[in-house]
Ligand binder design. Sequence first.
Ligand code: SF4
Ligand code: SF4
Length: 370
Amino acid sequence: MSELETLTPAQAEVVRQMQVCNACRYCEGLCAVFPAMELRRAFDGGDADYLANLCHNCGACYYDCQYAPPHEFAINVPVAMAALRDETYARNVWPAAFAGAFAKHGLWVTFAAAASVALFVAGFVAANAPGALFAPVGGAGGFYRMMPHWAMAGLFGAVFLYAIAAIGVGVRKFWRGTEAQAVGWAEVWQACRDAATLKYLDGGGMGCMNASERPETDRRRLYHHFTFYGFALCFAATCLATVFHELGMQAPYPLWHPVVILGALGGIGLVVGPLGLLAQRAKRDADIQTNTGMGAAFLWMLCLSGVSGMLLLALRDTPAMGSLLALHLGLVFALFLSFPYGKFVHGFYRFAALARYAHERRTRTVEAVD
Ligand code: SF4
Ligand code: SF4
């Protein structure tokens, strides 16, 4: 097969395994990957990238496989797909010079977090008195006595827009590389539903397999939901706070306020979800272990952002408010900055793959042999 000559090693391994799977087809009911595979008789690099990002890493196909090691075919789909997924993020990243950030994500995100917190501490001290970090500045507008609202909104709005733009460029490159066709709104809606429910993280209904060949009663899916919806609630709280600010009501808000309720629920999700996922990763079976520093660093950053936000909520009327605000803003700023260069991008790539799958299910029949 001539395409193999231009494939990367990770793509070539996925293509090799998909050729075996396409002859076997035992796992066709487990997830979206196998039905998508069955629409093809041959696989190029774009097909491999697409299938890798359609895989949710549930592990079920490894335990079901009669060709898994020590069989000479050495089929291990979850591990091969995970390796190629990470490669697609680096290959499509924008700007391309940051491709290495994925492999060294843990190192650079740690540096970014430390530098960011230090800069916020220094900025607060420079803009206020040196003792402001430990002075009682609670009450309405207390946060903005440390840092004006326009500066906070401008800084975080800019870094968030940069992150979304950089991810958008990368996903567009990925989409074009897989030669996907335009999809309709119905298919986008189907992808939204599949992503929001993590439909394909259930091992075909048995549950996610993580620590052994016994299904895990979906705990990875539960913790992923805590994480995703926790982040979404925190984001909604921030947007709502901006609206209230424009209406003349300044933070901090009372405990019954919708901004605080959304933020508190989101903060709980951002602590429980990442900690649960980290615990699940720690006990994952070594045979399907795909842990990278990238995933762990992302989860720790989410968790620390959640913890610092909850501490800020609890201690906002004490002299610790200034230093906790600097810590929280520093961590969130570094988190936003790391979005295009770490695990956060997986949601966008997987959503694109799900939309393509929804389109293929509706329109595509098995292709002719080349
Ligand atoms: S993972 Fe193994 S059992 Fe499942 S389709 Fe592939 S070769 Fe067959
Ligand atoms: S989603 Fe699960 S069953 Fe499907 S390919 Fe990935 S690991 Fe295998």
